[in-house]
Write a protein that binds this ligand. Structure first.
Ligand code: GLC
Length: 575
């Protein structure tokens, strides 16, 4: 790939995908919103070929897996999460052949592809819904959740509070109400109907055969409804997820599933299933995400510690997915009312910045474009338990556009270079662009080409940290132990290889100063007394600190400073 104005990227070090079945534990994921990423045919909409043409960039950055949000035919009333054909591709993104080529070309570069599966609901334009509303006694009559009135499941909350007043909508054609947890144009499928389960398994098989490496399971807690419950996380829903996983394990072993379950820690953990009935391979850690942002403003690590201490252990097959931002609002559903009020105060001072129960802003503007905070947020993300998922554009500090409706504020075209439409598209009709480019003069000129050309850029910083992470698989596979510190502003934790019973494995001590001022800290590490340390990542400029005979490590961390230290077992050479 050539990017105007910058040297060609170095040859790829990773030919082909690894055979490690646990690849996802050390992987870095990157969410690439297809329609806003790169447009290959100048029609103003990003596409498969465009994404394929940027694979070298993603490999250079150190991405192991790309998550592509829905690209199926859709009326696009919910960014494609309103699917009207599960086994097609929207022609605006290219052809099925283009999709297969993308998967192949990604694999050649050692990059996996994870696609989005929206199983809870379809678009009301889906032929299943059209048949269901017209012919209640026909084969699709029972594919959706119909009722004569709108009184049922009254304990279920409304998720899209900005637009919806009820989870029921009346359908004139059928003369009945249908159930929907999201927009009224997204009727929920009826998972009590075995024909729906069978149809959905066929959809999963269809995509698994294309060679994709995994599926993100969208909005998974809401599959099954039962009277007298909040209709979330019900046993029937868990059984469906476990059955799906069992089918994949049987027919497409190694294919991962990632749960989008925006729930409290103990409820999210349930989506891993158990050792005997595994569900998802990974679950996004929704509870920890807002706490990273809160901790930065509180100048204290307590919120992060508390949520991680409240997170139950996972079954051995599971791994968290961590993230700072994604294509949705920064959701505040999993915090208390007072925490939410604080978050709005800190991060969404203007009403337009809010959407539903959350904040529709990009990472860089959220953090006041502070380089120190952007570094610290990423360093935390990469050192906490789980595999991180980055959101396209955040690596170059892209801005937001709160004048666009809903979550489009954070879905604007990727900024590649200074050519037309910032290199996103050669389209000459501005009205044809999927969304307008960022116009805010502080953020509009940012682009990959400039960031590549500047070794001091956030992009280069991120690449370096991702490389350090790659060199320390313990950050993906190791246990997580929070450590006592003399100062609540400092998050100190160790990542240790799970005890194999013999040799002690690699151990990393990660320190992060959440405070906006320098702090001297003492960390208690009784089990590591007398060990030496070696710097792995450092924003302090100091020599590594040894751990004294009483198991204490003293160090000074600058404002928002961090350091990762490898522990050298006592008696071993520090090199
Ligand atoms: C998920 C998606 C979101 C979508 C919703 C309804 O939460 O991330 O973008 O609007 O599901 O499909």
């Amino acid at each position: 790939m050539t990017i105007p104005g910058v040297p060609t990227l170095p040859a790829q070090p990773r030919p082909g995908i690894s055979t490690d079945p646990d690849w996802f534990r050390t992987a870095v994921f990157y969410e690439a919103l297809l329609r806003s990423f790169a447009d290959s045919n100048a029609d103003g909409v990003g596409d498969f070929r465009g994404l394929a043409s940027r694979l070298d960039y993603l490999a250079w950055l150190g991405v192991d897996a790309i998550w592509i949000p829905p690209f199926y035919p859709s009326p696009m009333r919910d960014g494609g999460y309103d699917i009207s054909d599960y086994t097609g591709v929207d022609p605006r993104y290219g052809t099925m052949e283009d999709f297969r080529t993308l998967v192949e070309q990604a694999h050649e570069r050692g990059i996996r592809i994870v696609i989005d599966l929206v199983l809870n609901h379809t678009s009301d334009a889906h032929p299943w819904f059209q048949a269901s509303r017209r012919d209640p006694d026909g084969p699709y009559g029972d594919f959706y959740v119909w009722a004569d009135d709108d009184a049922g499941y009254a304990d279920a909350r409304i998720i899209f509070v900005d637009t919806e007043r009820s989870n029921w909508s009346y359908d004139e054609v059928r003369g009945q109400y249908y159930w929907h947890r999201f927009f009224s144009h997204q009727p929920d499928l009826n998972y009590d109907n075995p024909a729906v389960v069978a149809a959905v398994h066929e959809v999963v098989r269809f995509w698994a055969r294309t060679g994709v490496d995994g599926f993100r399971l969208d909005a998974i807690p809401y599959l099954v409804e039962r009277e007298g419950t909040n209709c979330e996380n019900l046993p029937g829903t868990h059984r469906l997820v476990a059955d799906l996983r069992a089918m994949l394990d049987r027919e497409f072993p190694g294919t991962i599933t990632i749960a989008e379950a925006n729930q409290m820690p103990e409820e999210v953990v349930a989506y891993f299933g158990t050792d005997s009935a595994p569900e998802c391979t990974m679950c996004f850690h929704f509870p920890v995400m807002p706490r990273i942002f809160a901790a930065l403003r509180e100048g204290s690590a307590t919120a992060i510690r508390t949520v991680l201490e409240a997170t139950p252990p996972l079954p051995a097959h599971g791994q968290w997915g961590t993230f700072l931002r994604n294509h949705d609002e920064l959701t505040l559903e999993m915090v208390s009312d007072s925490e939410r009020a604080q978050m709005y105060h800190w991060y969404a001072p203007v009403d337009r910045m809010r959407a539903n129960v959350g904040i529709r802003r990009r990472l860089a503007p959220l953090l006041g474009d502070s380089r120190a905070e952007l570094e610290l947020a990423h360093v935390l993300l990469l050192s906490l338990p789980g595999s991180p998922c980055l959101y396209y554009g955040d690596e170059i500090g892209m801005g937001e556009n709160i004048w666009l409706p809903d979550r489009d504020a954070v879905r604007t075209p990727m900024q590649w270079d200074h050519s037309a439409n910032m290199g996103f598209s050669a389209c000459t009709d501005p009205a044809a662009l999927t969304l307008p480019l960022i116009a805010d003069p502080d953020y509009a000129p940012r682009c990959v080409a400039d960031a590549l050309a500047d070794p001091g850029s956030l992009l280069h910083f991120l690449r370096r940290v991702l490389r350090v992470r790659r060199e320390h698989p313990v950050l993906g596979r190791g246990t997580f132990t929070p450590r006592e510190t003399s100062d609540a502003a400092i998050l100190a934790h160790t990542r240790m290889q799970a005890p194999a019973g013999q040799e002690p494995g690699q151990t990393l001590l990660c320190l992060a100063n959440l405070a906006p001022a320098a702090r001297d800290v003492v960390v208690e590490l009784p089990d590591l007394a007398g060990c030496d340390t070696r710097i792995v990542l450092d924003a302090t400029g100091q020599a590594p600190s040894p751990i004294d005979a009483r198991g204490r490590l003293a160090t000074r961390l600058p404002a928002r400073g961090y350091r990762w230290l490898a522990i050298i077992p006592a008696g071993e050479e520090n090199q």
